[in-house]
Design a protein around this ligand. Structure first.
Ligand code: HEM
Length: 454
């Protein structure tokens, strides 16, 4: 649970706050200030590693050993890793936002050291986590008897490689930034490292958890399709999209890199849509796995919610999960559209930032909203969440935050010309998106806290 509390604290006390500050400043045209770029990079790092990353570490350390059927080899390390990650994130959030204001002062050495230290401490924590998890993942004897683990292993392997790649790149880029007396990581490298984290860590792990838990939690069809092959197809498309964006390569052959990347993006969008289709979470066309079981529950058993295996004790947790998958589909669809339009020679104006937040705020954050209230009570031996209404609040606030964060950036400028009031509405929606997102996380945190202490 420590990971969950630190993830929520990182989101509530830093990640979402900086996001809210940024959208307010951008939305209402306030001066961006010296710290603008370092604020963006700090927000990005805290949200990726602090908010989404710590949730993943915490849940995977609980879930993967159970899937593998062997305990974590060094349980003492679980707390140590949390400490390393917590201290690393704290140093980064304080150090990086101060740097732009002290570039000419002697204090730069102190705060620069803090930022580099944060990279080193996080790297150590991530390395220890990967070591611990690989021993579990690759130490299973008689793997053939564990088909549940075998099928999702490629997804977890992508995650391990992604974490190591991201943590190492983060450390090197921070050292380079401080040595050059700057306060901003080189934009091309920064973009590349974010792509690695989102594409190799967050999406694969979200897919793996969905494959393993959804049939049970949502009473879906059994997973009888080639899950591993979809993972390889995804990896191929991801590499095609991201490898050409490797800065030395894109500097060398910019045109070819750009077009290869677009083809990769198009394919990746296609694989994601295929994955969602096969998972059947939004369509629910296939017969649930319960239709094939030989022993049916007794007729006098209390009925569960329609189509679901629970009695409503976790609230309507399916809503944020459905929303997550809707946002994922929109993100994948936009990637396909963008890829086709660019290759066709008619680029459309959908920014990187829109697609990124569709995946991160729309998909990953909503998946956390839904799955945490469904899974965490069980982890801490509780039978229900403390307040089912708060699950609804989290869902609605999260949805409004995502709409406000994304839609104003998609509106064609002709609308602003035709309806002048729409400028104000769009700016205000964008400005408040961060605060609304923050409130959604607050509802989740309050609910989990009450659940744990009840
Ligand atoms: C309502 C909540 C959020 C708000 C208001 C928000 C706001 C912002 C803003 C204004 C930017 C700068 C965009 C630009 O470059 O023009 C940004 C970038 C970014 N955000 Fe968010 N964001 C939110 C949620 C999230 C979440 C949940 C994640 C991850 C899980 C995330 C990850 C990122 C990343 C990786 C970047 C790019 C950072 C960089 O360029 O170094 N954001 N966000």
């Amino acid at each position: 649970m420590g990971y969950i509390w630190v993830a929520l604290s990182a989101a509530l006390f830093a990640g979402f706050d900086i996001g809210a500050h940024l959208t307010f400043v951008i939305g209402y045209d306030f001066p961006l200030g010296k710290g603008y770029h370092s604020f963006i990079q700090t927000h990005g790092h805290l949200q990726l590693v602090g908010w989404a990353g710590l949730f993943i570490i915490g849940i995977s350390l609980h879930f993967i050993p159970r899937l593998a059927g062997i305990p974590v080899s060094q349980p003492r390390w679980i707390h140590r890793i949390l400490w390393l990650m917590g201290v690393g994130l704290l140093l980064r959030s304080v150090g990086h936002v101060v740097l732009p204001y002290i570039t000419r002062s002697t204090l730069f050495v102190l705060f620069g050291g803090m930022v580099v230290g944060s990279g080193l401490i996080e790297w150590s924590g991530i390395f220890a986590y990967l070591f611990l998890l690989s021993k579990t993942l690759y130490g299973v004897k008689g793997i053939d008897q564990r088909p549940a683990l075998t099928s999702v292993k490629p997804y977890f392997s992508m995650m391990l490689v992604g974490w190591l790649f991201y943590a190492s790149l983060n450390l090197i880029l921070l050292i380079q930034m401080v040595l050059s007396k700057g306060s901003m990581i080189s934009p091309a490298w920064n973009e590349f490292s974010i792509q690695i984290f989102v594409g190799l860590v967050l999406l694969p792990v979200a897919f793996a958890f969905s494959i393993r838990t959804f049939p049970l939690y949502f009473r879906l069809a059994p997973i009888d399709w080639p899950v591993r092959r979809v993972a390889y197809a995804y990896l191929f498309a991801f590499c095609l999209q991201t490898a050409p964006a490797f800065p030395p390569l894109s500097d060398l052959i910019p045109q070819a890199s750009f077009y290869l990347s677009q083809i990769g993006m198009l394919l990746k969008g296609g694989v994601i849509l295929w994955f969602v289709w096969k998972l059947d979470i939004l369509t629910r066309f296939r017969e649930p796995w319960t239709g094939q079981r030989t022993l049916q529950p007794a007729s006098d058993r209390r009925p569960t919610r329609p189509g679901m295996p629970d009695y409503g004790e976790f609230g309507r947790f399916e809503r944020p999960v459905y929303a997550a998958y809707v946002w994922l589909v929109v993100g994948a669809f936009f990637e396909i559209l963008l890829g086709i339009a660019t290759l066709w020679g008619r680029p459309v104006s959908i920014g990187n930032d829109v697609i990124r937040h569709l995946y991160l705020l729309g998909f990953i954050t909503h998946l956390i909203f839904g799955m945490s209230v469904r899974m965490i009570p069980g982890f801490i031996k509780k039978k229900r969440v403390a307040c089912t209404q708060l699950v609804d609040f989290t869902f609605w606030l999260g949805t409004v935050a995502t709409i406000c964060r994304i839609f104003p950036l998609l509106l064609p400028s002709a609308i602003f010309g035709a309806v002048p009031a729409s400028v104000w509405v769009a700016k205000t929606a964008f400005a408040f998106s961060g605060i609304i997102g923050w409130l959604a996380v607050l509802c989740l945190a309050g609910n989990l806290w009450k659940t744990a202490s009840s």
